[in-house]
Write a new protein. Structure first.
Length: 164
């Protein structure tokens, strides 16, 4: 029994770190998928503007497919997460962010106007357990991270914690 206890004490922290690492890799992949979806949305439905929420990005245009998958649409709703992370899209709080196309004129019937910028964030459901780092991105496409708090909205110019 003592040997099993010692082996468990050694193995369990390693397994938890591996799970966190896998969750973080999934969160980075989610941010990349949102960035790609936003690029497609802007060039087809948003008339140069970006979607301001997961639901609008998950709506398919006529004769097309959604810009993000259903699991990413649900990952911003209370009680839903994707691999231990809440994944959200929001309006960028930058004072220069403005409307590009009214919602009624988007090709997929978006609920919000398309805008000049967007902000995507992936935050661990329980910091330290499901993940350590928070990730964020905007129209620049660079993925930024923070280890102690969510990435700021908007991401400041010159912020140096980035992955790509």
């Amino acid at each position: 029994m003592a040997i099993i206890g010692i082996l468990a004490a050694i193995a369990i922290p390693g397994l938890l770190r591996a799970r966190q690492s896998g969750n973080e890799a999934s969160a980075i992949g989610s941010i990349k998928a949102i960035t790609a979806g936003q690029t497609s949305y802007a060039s087809t439905c948003g008339r140069g503007g970006y979607a301001q929420n997961n639901t609008d990005l998950a709506k398919a245009p006529p004769n097309g497919s959604p810009f993000i998958t259903l699991d990413l649409e649900e990952a911003d709703q209370a009680g839903h997460a994707k691999s231990g992370y809440q994944v959200t899209i929001a309006d960028n709080n930058d004072a220069t962010n403005g409307d590009v196309t009214v919602a009624a004129n988007t090709c997929n019937g978006s609920s919000a106007n398309s805008r000049l910028n967007y902000f995507a964030r992936a935050d661990p459901v329980t910091r330290g357990e499901t993940g350590v780092r928070s990730f964020g991105s905007d129209r620049r496409g660079t993925i930024y991270f923070e280890t102690t708090m969510p990435v700021a909205n908007p991401i400041p110019d010159g912020f140096s914690n980035f992955i790509q």
